[in-house]
Design a protein around this ligand. Sequence first.
Ligand code: ZN
Length: 290
Amino acid sequence: MKWQDRRGSSNVRMSGGKVVGGGIGGIIIGLILWLVFDVNPMTAMQTGQSITAGGGGNTTQPIDENDRDAQFASVVLADTEAVWGQIFQEDGRVYEEPQMRLFNGTVNSACGSATAATGPFYCPADRTVYLDTSFFQEMRQNLGISGDIQGSGDAQNQGKAGDFAQAYVIAHEVGHHVQTLLGISQKVNQARQRLSTAQGNQLSVRQELQADCFAGVWTNRNQQRVQFLEEGDIQEAINAAGQIGDDRLAKASGRAVVPDNFTHGTSQQRVEWFTRGLKSGKIEACDTFS
Ligand SMILES: [Zn+2]
């Protein structure tokens, strides 16, 4: 997948344990410590930075321009903003862009706290896509990318394979944002309250399949816009659609996946709906509910 020469989104923030520097605030606090308390300047700067950086998952900062995975996620998010902005505009609507939060360890969202084990998710309450930084590594491993490519230090090859699969997962989460903007998620939640658990879960599966279809629509439209696909990319996403989904995520988070929850052939359905969106490039092709 080609992505290196495109702009990134301004809606991405980084948070969590891996805090690099405390910015201007840290320097100012450091200066005060140094001037007022006569602390060693280097110690003062470090203390100032750790005070402003904090230890919890609620402080955020812009993404590091040398962090390849973060830059990649930022470009994919910008691509989704461009495509969905256009689709909404064609429909006489205004697309409200989601936020993206990259975290390491744990994070507090408006939908509750999450860890890396939760996997990528979208929280409608704060309209934010959450990605833990181990996700990128995990995707590369799951897709069978050999360690020597990753460890070769060759910037051209490093992490290159599997990137479209990562983009697909991000596009799926953005698909949930689109469902929220279109009022689909709210309708599903209301209907679920009237239905049995099994029927409600069936509805959730349809919601998931629609997010896959929306990821396909995005792929189609982004290809028309910037010709970003390379040989093998679609197969990569199809593999990911079968391997990475909310059923797998449910397992990872310790929630039991029972056959009632997810009908047999979910992987196959995922691939089918992604392909429908991909071929048509239209959200009308994504009516998974009727
Ligand atoms: Zn989902």
